[in-house]
Design a protein around this ligand. Sequence first.
Ligand SMILES: [Zn+2]
Length: 196
Amino acid sequence: MKKSTLGFVLLSSIALVVISTFALTATPSETSSQTIPSTEKNMSSSPTKKEFAVKKTDKEWKETLTDEQFSICRMSATEPAFKNKYWNEKREGVYQCVACKAQLFSSEHKFDSGTGWPSYFKPINTTIIGERVDSSYGMKRTEVHCTSCGSHLGHLFEDGPQPTGLRYCINSASLALIPKKNAEIVEAAKTSEKSK
Ligand SMILES: [Zn+2]
């Protein structure tokens, strides 16, 4: 009797060890399989992973962009409200993508949203702005980026003024304003070059 009880205890403890070993090995893989998809999701939401006409490595971008521009354009960071270049900008002109110089917004469509970021009710043309669902920070927002180089610009909200009712809330660091005066000079130079 005693021997068989001992045998049973031994067997059960072996079984326990086997089960707990399984549990131990299963838990980390379960944890990692839970974390991997969320990481992948973050990666796919990063503009740098898609194919764009203007393609550069992070190292190349760092050579042409400032640290702030790189973290916003390429890493989807957000600059502070009211402490950025264009939130209160009133000059007329065209806002280019700071990374690839594509024309994104016009001063004609800029409005004071009171948010502390430059805001536009529409882009220069719809094809230059790409949209993507952004689920970061527990919010569901529409991220907007430059379709030429993939640089992150800001977010799109549906509480803008008429006629579109849209609000493109953009980081100043993603933009470079070409004031109208300069744009006219550039155009004039182009025309005089052509006539030569
Ligand atoms: Zn761009």
